[in-house]
Design a protein around this ligand. Sequence first.
Ligand code: SF4
Ligand code: SF4
Length: 80
Amino acid sequence: MKTGAGIVENTEENRQICRKYCGICPTCRHNSLEKYQPDILFCARGESSAPSQKELNCYCPACEIYSKHSLIIGHFCFKR
Ligand code: SF4
Ligand code: SF4
């Protein structure tokens, strides 16, 4: 079932999926994004409030939510 391409719901299930990608990606680890809100699922919850962000690789294109919702580009922790 395809549900609202482009719209990602802020659910615990989606946060668990996101942790497999955002949670281990170089950008997240370098900037300690887990210490700031929103701490995960940036494609649904908006960009991180972490200071002095440095953009490294993004793992979003490998994520099933990314393909399911036809998202593009990635790096949702920095810009939407
Ligand atoms: S949105 Fe992309 S760059 Fe940002 S933490 Fe998630 S996988 Fe990493
Ligand atoms: S597309 Fe990126 S931000 Fe969205 S759930 Fe997947 S890994 Fe997380």
